[in-house]
Design a protein around this ligand. Structure first.
Ligand SMILES: Cc1cc2nc3c(=O)[nH]c(=O)nc-3n(C[C@H](O)[C@H](O)[C@H](O)COP(=O)(O)O)c2cc1C
Length: 291
């Protein structure tokens, strides 16, 4: 059974969630494949072969990142119903993103089977804040994500039910409706508002190296491909000398990343733990008599 899990992750949170879900599915004897969004061109999707599609993204301005959103909108209508599940990571304000993506895909004949939204004290933020100095993964959260993978597998195998998710509904929907109009304008023009101060630039190429969508190319100065830019502001944040800045907020302090990441457990360790548990419970299960 072909189960690609397409994910985009700029600072690693969504990648971690994707790996945990993948391992949850593996634990239930399925064989999913992780596909980073940036490698998609080489991995063209053949929906004749795909049975289940997983899609995950960070939330930026209360929706999936622009690159994912645009890609999802361009997915073809599928002839047979391809099942799909969604996941996102956010800092507590996901808005009705899942609802939005679900609607787009259902119109293309995909069949929703579940979603999970994961709040993380962020590893990724635009502006400096004392609250965003660390990321803490709780064991409970890690288990919940892994078990979501297992539950998905059951849903896939038994063809039963849909795993629902708790979503911020009315409040989020109202804000989102307004945002969406503003956002279109913002996304179209805001990357043109990234200023460059040549005298501060040390040509370290941190802007190019750190760009998660390869939208910056540094030749003698940084050149932005406005079509690829998703406005994560990582180039501004990565610049050690503040040579890049947002023209509307020239003096603002940008987030340089969390000081510590606590509670992280490698996804393979979790899989090992659960597999041992499984082996143990199999041994403990009494054999049925043949009569
Ligand atoms: C430009 C930008 C916009 C963001 N907007 C939101 C938002 O609207 N709501 C929210 O809850 N989190 C928001 N976040 C936080 C990210 O969704 C969160 O840190 C996410 O886990 C990052 O995922 P990644 O590590 O996979 O890149 C934003 C982060 C950035 C950089």
């Amino acid at each position: 059974m072909k189960i690609p899990i397409i994910y985009f992750s700029s600072s690693g949170n969504t990648k971690y969630v994707a790996q945990l879900i993948k391992n949850g599915l593996i634990c239930a004897n399925l064989e999913p494949e992780l596909v980073p969004f940036n490698s998609l061109k080489r991995n063209n999707l053949n929906f004749e072969e795909i049975e289940v599609l997983g899609i995950g993204a960070p939330i930026y301005v209360m929706t999936f990142t622009l690159n994912m959103l645009e890609w999802i909108k361009k997915l073809p209508m599928v002839k047979k119903k391809v099942k799909f599940f969604l996941f996102d990571t956010n800092a507590g304000l996901p808005g009705p993103s899942i609802k939005q993506i679900k609607k787009i895909l259902e119109k293309k004949n995909f069949k929703f089977i579940g979603a999970i939204e994961v709040i993380v004290p962020t590893r990724d933020s635009v502006f400096e804040s004392k609250y965003f100095k660390y990321v803490k993964w709780s064991r409970k959260k890690i288990d919940k994500i892994f078990q979501f993978g297992i539950k998905l597998a059951i849903t896939i195998k038994t063809e039963e039910g849909v795993l629902d998710w708790s979503n911020s509904t009315l409040f989020g929907s109202v804000i989102r409706a307004y945002f969406q109009k503003l956002e279109k304008l913002f996304y179209k023009y805001a990357s043109y508002l990234i200023g460059y101060n040549r005298s501060e630039c040390i040509a370290c190429k941190a802007c190019e190296k750190g760009c998660p969508t390869n939208a910056i190319f540094f030749k003698t100065i940084p050149v932005i491909n406005h079509k690829k830019c998703i406005l994560c502001f990582r180039c501004l944040r990565n610049c050690p000398n503040n040579a890049l800045y947002f023209k509307l907020l020239p003096k603002v302090k940008y987030f340089k990343g969390p000081k510590t990441i606590r509670g992280y457990i490698p996804p393979d360790e979790i899989l090992k733990e659960y597999s041992q548990l499984n082996a143990f419970s199999n041994k403990m299960t009494p054999k049925r008599s043949s009569s």
